[in-house]
Design a protein. Structure first.
Length: 197
C-alpha cells in the first residue's frame, strides 16, 4: 500500500507527473484493489513462466514403473494435484491452462469493449430508428443464455479458442453499449441545455 513517504514524493513531482503517479498508485491505497492487483499479477506471472513451473507435459500420458497407466493418482510428491483418469498431470494442465484463460479473457474483453463502444456511440449520436434497431439487437443478445449459446457455437463451428472469443463477443457487448449510449445521451442533453453564447 502507498505510504506517507510515497505521497510526499508524488507531491514534489511536476503537475502532470504528479497526477499520473497519483493515478497509478491510487489502487494501492485500497486494500481490496491492492489484493486484486496482486492476484492478477500472480496469474500473469504463472502464465508467462508456465513452462518453467509445470512439472510435466500437460498432454503426456503417465505410466507406473510396472507399465500400468497412472490414472486417477492422488496428490503426492511427484504429482502435486494428482493425475486425471487418462493419466495426465493435473497441476501441469492447470499451470499451462492459465495461458489460454488469460488469452481468452484479454482478447474477449478488448473485442467486447470495441464493439460495445462503437454501437453505443452510433446509437446515442444518431438516435431515432438507428438507436431503436441497435438497442433491439442488444435486447436480443441479452436474452440469449450465454453458456448454451457458446456450447452450440463450439458444436457447429468447432471447439477452437477463436470460437469461444466470438461467442463471448456476440453476447456480452450490450452492457458496454448501453453504458456508452447513456453517456452520449447525457453529454448531448447537457450541451443542448446550455444557453447560446
Amino acid at each position: 500500500m502507498a505510504s506517507a513517504a510515497d505521497a510526499e514524493r508524488i507531491a514534489r513531482l511536476p503537475g502532470r507527473a504528479a497526477r499520473v503517479a497519483g493515478t497509478l498508485l491510487a489502487p494501492m491505497r485500497d486494500p481490496y484493489a491492492a489484493t486484486g492487483l496482486m492476484i492478477y499479477a500472480a496469474f500473469v506471472l504463472v502464465a508467462v513462466f508456465a513452462d518453467m513451473i509445470a512439472t510435466h507435459d500437460p498432454l503426456e500420458i503417465l505410466f507406473k514403473d510396472d507399465g500400468n497407466l497412472l490414472a486417477g493418482a492422488p496428490p503426492g510428491a511427484d504429482h502435486v494435484l494428482g493425475t486425471t483418469n487418462l493419466g495426465r498431470d493435473i497441476f501441469s494442465q492447470l499451470v499451462i491452462g492459465t495461458r489460454a484463460a488469460l488469452y481468452v479473457g484479454l482478447t474477449a474483453a478488448v473485442v467486447v469493449a470495441v464493439i460495445g463502444t462503437i454501437v453505443g456511440l452510433v446509437s446515442g449520436y444518431f438516435g431515432g430508428w438507428v438507436d431503436s434497431v441497435l438497442m433491439r439487437f442488444a435486447d436480443i443478445a441479452l436474452g440469449i443464455p450465454f453458456l448454451p449459446f457458446v456450447i452450440l457455437m463450439a458444436g457447429f463451428l468447432g471447439a477452437r479458442t477463436s470460437n469461444v472469443i466470438l461467442g463471448i463477443a456476440l453476447l456480452l457487448w450490450p452492457n458496454t453499449a448501453r453504458v456508452i449510449r447513456s453517456q452520449v445521451l447525457t453529454c448531448a442533453s447537457v450541451l443542448s441545455s446550455k444557453p447560446p453564447a
